[in-house]
Design a protein around this ligand. Structure first.
Ligand code: NAD
Ligand code: LMR
Length: 497
């Protein structure tokens, strides 16, 4: 507890923060901690965090307790600050997960490590080492039967304590999420990276680390993008790493966007890119297999996205198939806007839209089940000819129309769709359908192993395919076309699977 504060480390038991509290605050926090530790029984399990957070222990002196949670301990504890603030995300997540009686809380670093602007940073090795004697003393005193390590830093600190320790990261948001992105110098990434760094994927409280991959000849261009990211001073962007080595880019990734690959030009179909791009996904699948977290969420954007994703998954045999997906969300968004315009409803009012199959001209934008304002969208629009002859081909050909108009393929809208895809998967879709390319398990007669656009509902960090739909002859015919194309693509790359 005697560790001195620096301009990057705050010791709340020694120092106070004049902006929010009086000079007696450190004494109050010491007293709070003493009351807390004396009240906690021996033999309670220990929940070990990484370090103090800005709106948690830094203010109250009790690990994982901001001013709101302080009262939940039922002890005579005093709020040292003048005004209570809402608890930080970690304290909220922890208290949502705590059952009665609560465990013993402690942090590997009992100070607040922060950047110059006050944002929490991961603790340094020397800071963890300096706090080890206090952790040893706590173990000797309270004799916890087991330790729940919240975050990898806590897991490392718990090694060698002689107590059974398990790792958990779902309850903490203070550990930055590692997001690998390939094709970082390209035009999609020029939109995508800035939105990830702003918090559009993991949310406004979750720090992120960008792990950027591009070819050796593109490294200078990536460094330029990194300079611009730095110049945005994004509060959530903890670190940006650049590499031309896929295994390095995917190491410990929580999420990965596979964008890097050649785009098509005028007069080409996406499948014409197979020979140019398929090999990329074989090599990157092997690297993903080697170094990414097993629960990392992967979306393939690079075209032909479905088949590239299939190659990626096939070359990552130890990585769960379910976590490799391909992007068809751009087509879903395109259909949403066209339907909303035709029906005169807001985009957000539409649900139960599906885009099936390949991200190619055979994709099937299917309005059969779509609803808005409590009614069926096909009934509201009442124009089946428009659906078949305008909506479906317009959605399927939109990428080509953009290439013809812009001279380059869609970029900002593709980045936006990739964000929507990942955000929906991570945070849930609130019961609504979204379209996602997923590994087929044979449902609806879709051959097993194809990467196929289907409607899903996301919740709790996972997706569930929408089941139980019955098809009309028209739907079956549309499905058969896109299945046939994907089977041809699979055949063409069979050597890579
Ligand atoms: N699924 C979709 O809805 C959708 C939408 C738009 C674009 N796309 C596809 O996304 C891909 C990227 O488009 P873009 O406009 O950003 O292209 P771009 O040419 O601007 O950028 C591609 C980047 O990928 C890099 N790259 C190439 N090979 C690589 C490798 N092996 N490893 C890492 N990086 C590599 C290139 O150096 C370049 O920086 C294209 O295949 C395009 O067709 C898909
Ligand atoms: O059409 C393309 O080649 C790019 C992209 O897949 C799109 O749909 O805009």
């Amino acid at each position: 507890m005697a560790i001195a504060s620096t301009d990057r480390l705050f010791n709340p038991y020694r120092d106070h923060d004049p902006a929010v509290e009086a000079a007696g605050a450190p004494e109050i926090r010491r007293c709070n901690l003493r009351v807390y530790l004396e009240a906690m029984p021996k033999g309670a399990p220990l929940w070990l965090g990484e370090a103090m957070a800005r709106r948690g222990a830094r203010r109250t002196g009790i690990p994982f307790c901001g001013e709101e949670a302080l009262h939940r301990l039922g002890l005579p504890l005093i709020q040292p600050t003048r005004h209570a603030l809402p608890d930080g995300p970690t304290a909220c997540a922890i208290w949502a997960a705590v059952s009665d009686p609560p465990p013993l809380f402690w942090n590997a670093v009992m100070q607040h490590p922060h950047h110059a602007d006050g944002r929490t940073r991961p603790p340094a090795v020397a800071e963890i080492a300096a706090n080890m004697p206090a952790l040893h003393a706590l173990i000797a005193w309270k004799r916890p039967p087991r330790i729940l390590c919240i975050g990898r830093v806590a897991e490392r600190a718990a090694q060698g304590l002689g107590v059974s320790a398990t790792y958990e990261d779902t309850v903490t948001t203070s550990t930055p999420k590692r997001i690998a992105v390939t094709g970082a110098a390209g035009q999609i990434c020029y939109a995508l990276l800035f939105r990830i760094a702003k918090g559009d994927v993991y949310g406004p409280d979750q720090p992120v680390i960008l792990q950027l991959l591009d070819l050796p000849q593109a490294q200078d261009a990536v460094r330029g993008v990194v300079m611009e990211l730095a110049d945005c001073a994004f509060p959530l962007l903890v670190e940006t790493m650049v590499t031309d080595d896929p295994a390095t880019a995917f190491r410990d990734a929580d999420a990965a966007f596979f964008v890097g690959s050649r785009p098509r030009g005028k007069g080409m179909e996406r499948r014409d890119l197979l020979s140019a791009n398929a090999e990329i996904f074989r090599a990157q699948g092997r690297a993903l297999n080697e170094t990414a977290k097993r629960d990392a969420k992967v979306v393939v954007v690079g075209n032909p996205a479905n088949t590239n994703a299939m190659i990626l998954a096939a070359n990552a045999p130890d990585f769960p198939n379910e976590n490799v997906t391909s992007m068809i969300r751009l087509d879903h968004n395109r259909a949403l806007t066209q339907l909303a315009t035709k029906a005169g409803v807001a985009v957000a009012e539409i649900d139960r839209l599906a885009v099936w199959g390949n991200h190619s001209p055979t994709m099937f934008a299917d309005w059969t089940e779509a609803t808005a304002q409590g009614g069926k969208l096909p009934d509201m629009i009442g124009d089946d000819a428009w659906y078949r002859d305008t909506l479906i081909p317009n959605v399927a050909r939109r990428g080509t129309a953009i290439i013809e108009a812009r001279g380059a393929s869609s970029a900002a809208s593709a980045a936006n769709a990739a964000i929507d895809h990942m955000h929906g998967w991570i945070h849930g879709t609130g019961g609504k359908w979204m379209s996602m390319g997923v590994h087929s398990n044979g449902e609806y007669g879709i051959p097993e192993g194809l990467m196929f656009g289907v409607p899903v509902i996301c919740a709790n960090g996972t997706y569930e395919r929408v089941e139980g739909l019955t098809f009309t002859d028209f739907q079956r015919e549309m499905m058969a076309r896109t299945i046939a194309e994907l089977e041809e693509e699979r055949e063409a790359v069979s050597a890579l699977l």
